[in-house]
Design a protein around this ligand. Structure first.
Ligand SMILES: CC(C)(COP(=O)(O)OP(=O)(O)OC[C@H]1O[C@@H](n2cnc3c(N)ncnc32)[C@H](O)[C@@H]1OP(=O)(O)O)[C@@H](O)C(=O)NCCC(=O)NCCS
Length: 230
């Protein structure tokens, strides 16, 4: 199987994603855990202005590192540790996928866009770009929506009002990510997942979801993106 992310050398992709906006993605093997690659993305407005950031990771199930998977994911970050416990551990919904190790897992960790640039659907365009770029090596993508302004919400001491605010924000994010095909992962606390098909079908599905959306006008996804994925 061709694996676009398996080489040790960092790789960088850049693509236009909407009028005036481009997205740059850097993929780099983790220095401590060779079975994991880190993803760093920036959304640029014009030539240089960074207006959004994305981070994530590829867990190389098809080409694991020396460390046991659970140890590597848990030591890498709380996000990947939670991902292992909620999705990959025995009895969870992706456990067979982890054991088979036929292809890699894509974890979308954090996405933030500066306020003046929100409300145009750029967040899902960034995510769709990542899915298209990595769908040759990763068969499934996972994420746990978390309204970033509510970092204290899981604290047992958080007030009911704060928890309610968290749940409202989370609900909105779930609806937002469902527009590009993410659905609730069974037997997990708040995780979403989607299988990745061909670049053409990811783009096709993304377009049709946008057309149904009341708030977002679908920008054209340029051909370069499809070329990059091949
Ligand atoms: C998530 C984000 C990148 C999406 O940007 P976008 O593509 O421009 O889309 P929008 O900002 O219009 O957000 C889409 C929907 O999610 C809601 N939403 C986004 N972030 C939210 C948050 N932190 N709390 C509550 N709701 C949020 C928006 O209100 C909107 O809801 P609507 O469809 O009912 O109008 C951007 O809203 C953002 O940076 N949010 C703050 C950071 C954050 O919480 N990121 C989530 C990490 S999982």
């Amino acid at each position: 199987m061709s694996n676009t992310t398996s080489r040790a050398r960092p790789r960088c992709y850049e693509t236009a994603i909407a009028d005036g906006y481009s997205f740059r993605l850097l993929i780099r093997r983790n220095g401590d855990f060779s079975g994991i690659s880190d993803l760093f993305g920036t959304l640029l407005f014009g030539q240089q202005e960074v207006v959004g950031v994305f981070t994530g990771a590829i867990v190389h199930l098809a080409e694991p590192g020396e460390e046991p998977l659970a140890y590597a994911m848990d030591s890498h970050s709380s996000g990947l540790g939670d991902c292992y416990g909620e999705l990959l551990m025995e009895g969870k919904c992706l456990d067979e996928y982890a054991q088979l190790g036929d292809s890699d897992l894509l974890h979308l960790e954090r996405l933030r866009i500066l306020k003046p640039h929100r409300g145009r659907g750029l967040g899902n365009l960034v995510l769709a770009s990542v899915l298209v770029l990595l769908c040759r090596s990763c068969e499934v993508a996972v994420l746990k929506p978390f309204p970033l302004q509510c970092s204290g919400a899981l604290d047992p001491m958080a007030s009911p009002e704060f928890r309610a605010k968290f749940e409202r924000g989370r609900g909105k994010l779930v609806r937002c990510y469902s527009r590009i095909g993410f659905e609730s992962a069974p037997k997990s606390e708040g995780w979403l997942f989607r299988y990745l098909e061909s670049p053409e079908s990811i783009l096709g599905r993304t377009r049709s979801q946008w057309n149904r959306s009341r708030t977002i006008r679908m920008p054209e996804i340029p051909e370069e993106l499809e070329k990059l994925a091949n």
